[in-house]
Write a protein that binds this ligand. Structure first.
Ligand code: ADP
Ligand code: MG
Length: 699
């Protein structure tokens, strides 16, 4: 796969399957290309000498093209792509449908398409694509009804129909694009390729996308992190993928859905996620047209009290905060505003404000060093002209180079003013919360740009020992392992309580006598998922009672499940739970993003509490630390209500070490350490119980 520069800026485009037949896709694509394309369009069709006034060639070899659009029926589409490859064409857009989306024959056709692309090193868009556009070259290689206006957004969509709807709207609103791509089935080129390309593309100011899935989550994260240093990415992601969903046998597996993976994956990638199509374009246009704020403090200037309060509420829901003005600013407002006004934020310049008072107030606010951005909020009055206010807003945005949004409320009388604002890239919304939302995305992107992505810590571990323990799954009928695999934790430096698994009562007693104080005893069987549910965990057993406890545990397990594979009983040091906190550290492998780490409040009520947070592995120290700060019950870890803070460093290190283990071994499908007991600061952590599933074929 080569660079995508030529895909968007070819000199000669061949339309394989071009025709004049009314209502055909071949005609639509050829017509669209002829309309504005600055290069040459070459129809390819052995049945005609001429198509829509252009000379038609017999085959692609005769077209001498550097890009081909394939619109022939599915049965001959592969042949067309292959001939293009043979003819040395490197960029192919396959509009033809009837591939993977139809299953059966179509799916195998898509496989073969991939093979051909590999053989001839082709950039292939689609199949089942609406096509692509690039306004720099005037290329509209789609069968959609509209061409795009030119602008700074590059847009990819997994739905072709959505593109036609967006363009229809955008043309009305004067919203322009640089490149537009209908991804289709993503057989070869996918979102990651376009993010990489647009990240380096001078003409792309913002990347926007509508995605239903991400083909390779980790690759996407890496590409997006790079691209977003220069170019913001805003995505709407719809749909829930169940692909590869497995019947989870761990807590983490139950709690980690693919929605979680997308949420944290896209966040770790530095992508802004919009909740709606409106949110997508509000954010994208703001990012394309406005300077980035130096800080998140906003000034709101208004001639109306009520909307001022509404916008203050919206600020409360965002990452922005209301700026507190310098004394100089407050003095200036006192002098300028009537006594019934409000010199504090939101600044109420009162309903009788004329253009001079409005403009002066905005000038003062934007000039304040504590102010990073402003919202101009106005209701119509008899003494104020919206067009004049729009001109002043544009002028002052230029003067202060700080982002500004407008809420000129009203109907008909707003139109001309909104045009003036729009020209200058200042959005005008009726609803203050929309304006705050759009400004919020600027602040979000500022944060992303300054993010530091550090490398995960590499701990010194014993991989061979871990592999050996994982291989024990080969002797099992299913793919589960439990505490008999605790050695994995030793191999990866995760602390465990003193203890051992034994298979007779005498041995149990001798282990117990080596341990100070009463012990904990548990049944060991990979077939018993939740030991305490069947009374398989005995806490606080005195040495004298160990043998009885042993027999009792075995009996309980046999009664519960006669054919269970019982490996013995674990005798374990008792951890002081009164001064500690039970946490859970886990991993579930997501089909798109790979290992998804979970941290949360642990113990036997994990699913009930659902107090968890996620990251795609490998996690860095910074990310692991964030995880321990994000859960709702984080104050418990830091020592709430007179309790001592627990050893958070130990938790952070355990998250990282488990992250390294599951990254090293893709065979590990799920992993729970539950509980990981964190005891008072300085005393460390203990992984008390584990459960995992392993795919033996990947070992
Ligand atoms: P399971 O999750 O299969 O029921 P666990 O080993 O996690 O089995 O034990 C269940 C609960 O028993 C733990 O959440 C913890 O509250 C308590 N427990 C288990 N082992 C210990 C121990 N060594 N020290 C203190 N409490 C323990
Ligand atoms: Mg447990």
């Amino acid at each position: 796969m080569g660079t995508l520069t030529e895909l968007f800026a070819p000199d000669r485009i061949a339309v394989i399957g071009a025709t004049e037949r009314e209502g055909s896709i071949g005609r639509a694509v050829t017509t669209n290309l002829i309309a504005d394309f600055k290069g040459t369009v070459v129809p390819v069709n052995p049945n005609y000498d001429e198509v829509l006034g252009l000379p038609c060639v017999e085959d692609i070899a005769a077209a001498n093209a550097d890009m081909a659009v394939v619109v022939v029926p599915p049965k001959i589409a592969l042949q067309a792509v292959e001939e293009a490859g043979k003819a040395g064409v490197k960029n192919v857009v396959v509009i033809t449908a009837g591939f993977g989306e139809t299953g059966g024959d179509g799916a195998s056709r898509e496989q073969r398409l991939r093979k051909i692309a590999e053989t001839y090193d082709l950039n292939v868009v689609g199949p089942n694509s609406l096509g692509i556009m690039s306004t720099t070259t005037g290329m509209n290689a789609t069968f959609g009804p509209d061409n795009a206006l030119s602008g700074g957004m590059s847009f990819m969509s997994q739905s072709g129909a959505f593109i036609t709807a967006v363009l229809d709207w955008a043309n009305d609103e004067d919203v322009g694009f640089n490149d537009v791509v209908s991804l289709g089935n993503k057989a070869v080129l996918d979102e990651t390729d376009f993010v990489e390309h647009w990240g380096d593309d001078e003409d792309t100011d913002v990347v926007i996308g509508y995605l239903e899935g991400i083909s390779d989550g980790r690759a996407f994260i890496d590409a997006a992190r790079k691209a977003t240093k220069e170019t913001p990415i805003v995505l709407v992601k719809s749909g829930r993928t169940d692909a590869g969903a497995q019947a989870a046998s761990s807590h983490t597996g139950t709690l980690a859905g693919s929605e979680q993976a997308y949420e944290v994956g896209l966040d770790q990638a530095g992508v802004l996620r919009a909740e709606s199509v409106q949110g997508l374009f509000d954010a994208a246009q703001m990012l394309a047209n406005q300077p980035l704020p130096d800080d998140k403090e906003i000034a709101i200037i208004t001639n109306a009290g009520g909307p001022g309060v509404m916008s203050t509420d919206a600020v409360g829901d965002s990452r922005l905060s209301m700026a507190s003005f310098t004394q100089e600013t407050l003095d200036a407002f006192s002098e300028q505003l009537p006594a019934e006004g409000n010199i504090y934020n939101p600044v109420d310049i009162v309903g009788d404000a004329d253009i001079d008072r409005f403009a002066d107030a905005l000038d003062i606010a934007l000039g304040d060093e504590n102010v990073g951005m402003a919202l101009v909020l106005s209701c119509p009055t008899a003494v104020l002209d919206y067009q004049e206010l729009a001109e002043a807003t544009v002028r002052l945005r230029e003067k202060h180079k700080k982002p500004v949004a407008a809420c000129f409320m009203g109907g008909e009388r707003v139109t001309a003013a909104a045009d003036i604002l729009g020209e200058a890239g200042i959005p005008n919304y009726f609803d203050p919360s929309r304006a705050i939302g759009a400004l919020d995305s600027l602040a979000a992107y500022s944060d992303i740009r300054t993010r530091k992505y550090d490398e995960p810590t590499e701990f010194d571990v014993d991989r061979d020992a871990a592999r050996e323990i994982l291989s024990s799954v080969n002797s099992r009928d299913d793919n589960r392992l439990g505490v008999e695999a605790m050695g994995l934790l030793d191999a990866y430096g995760i602390p465990t309580p003193q203890g051992e698994i034994v298979d007779d009562p005498d041995a149990a007693r001798s282990i117990a006598s080596e341990i100070d104080g009463p012990v904990v005893m548990k049944i060991v069987s990979p077939d018993i998922l939740h030991k305490s549910d069947i009374g398989g965990v005995k806490v606080g057993v005195e040495t004298a009672d160990v043998e009885d406890a042993y027999e009792d545990l075995i009996t309980r397990a046999r009664n519960y499940q006669p054919d269970a594979d019982i490996l013995g009983v674990q005798v374990q040091e008792m951890i002081d739970l009164d001064s500690g906190v039970e946490t859970i550290v886990g991993m579930n492998r997501d089909p798109q993003f790979g290992p998804l780490m979970m941290f949360g409040l642990g113990g036997i009520f994990v699913e009930v509490l659902e107090d968890t947070t996620f990251r795609v592995a490998p996690v860095t120290e910074r990310e692991a630390t964030e995880m321990t700060e994000e859960i709702k019950t984080a104050p418990l870890l830091r020592g709430a209500r007179g309790r001592d803070p627990v050893d958070i460093d130990g938790v952070v290190e355990t998250i990282q070490r488990l992250s390294q283990l599951v990254t090293d071994f893709p065979a590990i499908l799920e992993f729970d350490i539950n509980p990981l007991v964190a005891t008072p600061d300085g005393t460390g952590v203990k992984a008390v119980d584990i459960r995992l599933t392993v795919d033996p074929d990947q070992l």
